[in-house]
Structure formats: structure tokens, C-alpha cells
Design a binder for this molecule. Structure first.
Ligand SMILES: Cc1cc2nc3c(=O)[nH]c(=O)nc-3n(C[C@H](O)[C@H](O)[C@H](O)COP(=O)(O)O)c2cc1C
Length: 481
């Protein structure tokens, strides 16, 4: 086996001196997406993050995760891990199964799931552990180990952290210039000056991550920070041709992606996610709500395609200039600079705007009382059972729901219901929590927007008392303001 290349030798001779890099993205940097991005000037791609422990114990997960093809190079496979031996084993299995160029350790994930699972950015205070994860794999394996991290609020600590990663054996470091706390509505801007300082303090190559939404950003970042390459996630998702410096119409990218999915299949949820991101602005316009619904509901590739083709039919004349499009109001509402059918980034509100909005919500809640009372639910349906006793049964609607989802607990007991709007971690949408104050004396709650439920960083069970839950929610809202 040839000697392992290190640092700049690895960067130049193995990776081919990549400047433009597609970020690791769970459910989004899958093979079809990587191939699309590579067609538009991405020099290097990362796989989504895989969970090392699950990867080691579950052969099916391994096989599904490691989809690749000969053209899918250079490629870095990313894992989250908190155990040196498990990271080593996951990396070893990877190189046995596929050809790839490095194994990356995720030290940046700030999500609640990472906190619960003790990985990603929640390891960033455990330097000995990180050091041992990287150094063991680096010593034992013939493939380079790399790391992707966030910055600390303190510059000195950030520099020491990167130097620690280098001394452990990381052959390349990606620095996401945001702190662990900069997530969801508090994301804000990445700090390139910290990335620059890291670049000047280590000898291995450095990639910068954060604030890359167009090709100009990418080139400016390289110039301002001196890094070897730039990595993009959200910018790349809204415009896969970003690194080529192009702003194509959304249908062009979407249809090309769907063709690639035909060749390199992936779960429907990934396809749906990509279409929603690429078509984001068009799908905010009322006349396209039918297409939004179609994409949301279907699990057929033909329907995904049909939705995109219909969108194209609606805007192609404007795109070609045979009809004039002017809708300044819409553009202001959507906060976009280009027409909505052109691939372009989604501009998040700033943390300051978000905080102001939250303060207003709190003010209103204080004025009106936090909970909004709903009319009581339909009365309980009671029947006689075979012993002649009266028994509360589920309503027909609930019985139907239960057939569809036998593991879900449904309440038989109607009573007073109240709702409370809770901002979720993404800020924009609020989660509506529905409390049932039951007749039998035991309070419990359920949620309407269960999709966002896992994002609520409060640890409660549906059997907890409402008062306990409300206190936790209040505490959570405090942290956002
Ligand atoms: C959909 C999505 C999935 C992500 N998944 C991962 C991941 O698997 N591993 C990782 O290190 N970072 C992940 N990230 C974070 C990005 O790699 C990147 O660090 C972050 O989005 C900042 O870059 P940006 O400003 O270009 O979006 C993800 C980001 C997005 C938007």
C-alpha cells in the first residue's frame, strides 16, 4: 500500500487542490446531489454525516450510506463519533467498502440530537477525547483523517483548538466561522477573521465555511482569509451551480437533478427536500401553492417531475423575455434580488430582527395571557361494553387515525383545550402546542406540529403535567431572547 499523504501533499496530490467544496449535509449531500454539484464546478464533495456507532453495528445502514460511483471523486466521508475505537472501526469498514479520499470527524453539529447523542459541537469542550479519536484513526489507518469544527467565542481558544486538531493528526481542517450557539434563528454571519487567524496558525490546509452564497463570496473569502478552499452548504442547496458562477432557472437545475436521481436513486424525502430548497421562492407565491402541495404529498418521481415542468411552463415566457414580469411587491415580500424562478440564496433574518420579533410576541402574550383557549373538543362517546358497563370509546375520526398509526396514543377524554404558540428553533414557523385539560383530572398535552417536535429543546414526556411543560417552554423562550 502506498504511503499515506499528509497535509499539503494530500491536498494537492490526492484531492487535486480543491477550491470549491460541497459541505457534508445530512439527507442532502447524497450521490445524485454530489454529481450535480460536480458538473457545476465543485472540486470536492463530502458525504452526509453518518453515525459511526450505527454504521459499525448495522450492515444495512452501511450499505445504504455508502452510495458512490467511480466519478464521485474526490470524496470525503464524514462521521460523528465519541469513541476512538468506534470511529476507527467505522473508517476501516468504509475503506474496505468504497474508494474515498479521507475520513472526516464532525465536530460542528449544534443540533439537539447531537447534544443528546454527545457528538458534533458538543464534544468541543473535551479536547482529550477529540485528540484520541483523531490520533488513533490517524495512526492506524492508511487514509487521511480530517476534521470540521466551529469556532469558539474567544479567538485564542479557537486557535489553540485548531492546533490541537492538527497535533492529533488532522490532515485538513474545515472551520465553520460560527460558534455553537449560532444556529437556527440565531445563525447570523460567520466570522471570517477567526478563520483567517486559524489559517495563519496551522500548517495543514484549511477550508473556510460560512457566508458563501455565490461565486463572488467564495473568491472573496479565499482572498480575505488566505484559506485553501471554501465550503458551501445552504448556498449550494439553493443554487447547485453556485461554484460555476451561474444563476440558472430553477427548473433547469431541478430537472437535471431528477435525471441524476433516476441514475442514482435516493429516498423520496431527499428529493422533496432538494426541490423545496431550489424552488423555495416560487413556492412562496400563492399561484404556485398547488405545486407546493404536489411536491409535499407525492412519493412518485413522475409527480416531482410534473410539478417542476408545470412551474417551468408558468415562467418560461418571462425567463425568455417574451413576456414582461414585474412584481416588485412580491420581490420585496420574498426579500429577493433576482426573479423568483432564478436559483438564488435564501436570506435569513438577522438574529437582531429575530430577537425583536420574539420580544413582540412575548409582549403580546403578556397582554393577552399566554394561552389561547379553544372551544372544547367534541363530547366523549360512551358505549356499553360486553359486561354492560359504560365505556368511553374513541371517536370515529380517532379510530381511523389509530388504524393508520397503531402506536400513537389517542385520548378518549375530551375537555378544555388551549393552544400556545412556541417559536421553533428555525424562528420563522412557530410550533403550536395543544394542551388538553382533561375531565379525569390528569393534565397532559399533545402537539399539532409534530414535525417540529424533536426540535424543541425541552425534555418532556406527554405524561408530564402541563404546568411542568409550560415552565420548561418559558425557560426555552427565555434562551431565545
Ligand atoms: C441540510 C443541511 C445538512 C447539514 N448536515 C451536516 C452534516 O451532515 N455534517 C456537517 O458537518 N455539517 C452539516 N451541516 C452544516 C453545513 O455543513 C455547514 O457547516 C453550515 O450549513 C454552514 O455553512 P453555510 O453557511 O454554507 O450553510 C448541514 C447543513 C445543512 C443546511
Amino acid at each position: 500500500m502506498p504511503d499515506k499523504k499528509k497535509g499539503y501533499e494530500f491536498y494537492r496530490e490526492v484531492l487535486g487542490s480543491p477550491k470549491y467544496v460541497v459541505a457534508p449535509m445530512v439527507d442532502a449531500s447524497e450521490l445524485a446531489w454530489r454529481q450535480l454539484s460536480r458538473r457545476y464546478n465543485a472540486d470536492l464533495c463530502y458525504t452526509p454525516m453518518f453515525h459511526a456507532a450505527v454504521f459499525v453495528r448495522d450492515a444495512k445502514y452501511r450499505k445504504e450510506s455508502l452510495q458512490t460511483c467511480p466519478e464521485d471523486r474526490p470524496l470525503i466521508v464524514q462521521f460523528c463519533a465519541n469513541d476512538p475505537k468506534i470511529f476507527l472501526e467505522a473508517a476501516r469498514l468504509t475503506v474496505q467498502m468504497i474508494d474515498c479520499d479521507a475520513i472526516d470527524l464532525n465536530l460542528g453539529c449544534p443540533q439537539i440530537i447531537a447534544k443528546r447523542g454527545h457528538f458534533g459541537s458538543y464534544l468541543q469542550d473535551e479536547w482529550d477525547l477529540i485528540h484520541s479519536i483523531i490520533s488513533l484513526a490517524s495512526k492506524e489507518l492508511n487514509i487521511p483523517i480530517t476534521a470540521k469544527c466551529r469556532v469558539f467565542p474567544e479567538l485564542e481558544k479557537t486557535i489553540k483548538y485548531a492546533q490541537m486538531l492538527e497535533s492529533a493528526g488532522a490532515e485538513l481542517i474545515t472551520v465553520h466561522g460560527r460558534t455553537r450557539e449560532q444556529k437556527g434563528p440565531l445563525t447570523g454571519l460567520a466570522n471570517w477573521s477567526y478563520i483567517k487567524a486559524v489559517k495563519e496558525s496551522v500548517k495543514v490546509p484549511v477550508f473556510a465555511n460560512g457566508n458563501i452564497q455565490c461565486r463572488d463570496d467564495a473568491d472573496r473569502c479565499i482572498k480575505e482569509t488566505g484559506v485553501d478552499g471554501v465550503m458551501s452548504a445552504e448556498g449550494n442547496l439553493t443554487n447547485p451551480a453556485l461554484f460555476a458562477g451561474k444563476d440558472p432557472p430553477v427548473w433547469e437545475m431541478a430537472l437535471e437533478y431528477l435525471d441524476l436521481v433516476d441514475t442514482y436513486p435516493c429516498p423520496n424525502s431527499y428529493v422533496r427536500g432538494h426541490l423545496f430548497k431550489m424552488l423555495h421562492h416560487c413556492l412562496q407565491i400563492e399561484e404556485n401553492f398547488d405545486l407546493r402541495e404536489m411536491i409535499a404529498k407525492t412519493s412518485e418521481m413522475s409527480q416531482f417531475r410534473e410539478a417542476v415542468v408545470k412551474l417551468k411552463e408558468r415562467y418560461i415566457d418571462y425567463y425568455l423575455g417574451t413576456k414582461e414580469y414585474s412584481n416588485e411587491e412580491e420581490a420585496a415580500r420574498l426579500n429577493i434580488k433576482l426573479p423568483p424562478w432564478i436559483c438564488q440564496p435564501y436570506v435569513r433574518q438577522s438574529p437582531e430582527e429575530y430577537k425583536a420579533k420574539m420580544a413582540k410576541i412575548r409582549e403580546e402574550q403578556a397582554k393577552t395571557g399566554a394561552d389561547k383557549t379553544l372551544p372544547p373538543a367534541a363530547p366523549a362517546v360512551k358505549r356499553l361494553n360486553e359486561n354492560g358497563e359504560e365505556e368511553v370509546v374513541l371517536s370515529k375520526r380517532k379510530q381511523k387515525k389509530m388504524e393508520r398509526n397503531p402506536h400513537k396514543a389517542f385520548s378518549k377524554f375530551p375537555g378544555r383545550r388551549t393552544t400556545r404558540n412556541i417559536p421553533n428553533i428555525d424562528g420563522e414557523n412557530s410550533l403550536q402546542v395543544l394542551f388538553h385539560h382533561t375531565e379525569i383530572g390528569k393534565n397532559f398535552f399533545s402537539t399539532r406540529a409534530t414535525k417540529d417536535w424533536n426540535n424543541l429543546p425541552v425534555n418532556v414526556k406527554s405524561t408530564d403535567k402541563i404546568s411542568v411543560f409550560k415552565k420548561l417552554l418559558d425557560k426555552y423562550i427565555e434562551t431565545l431572547i
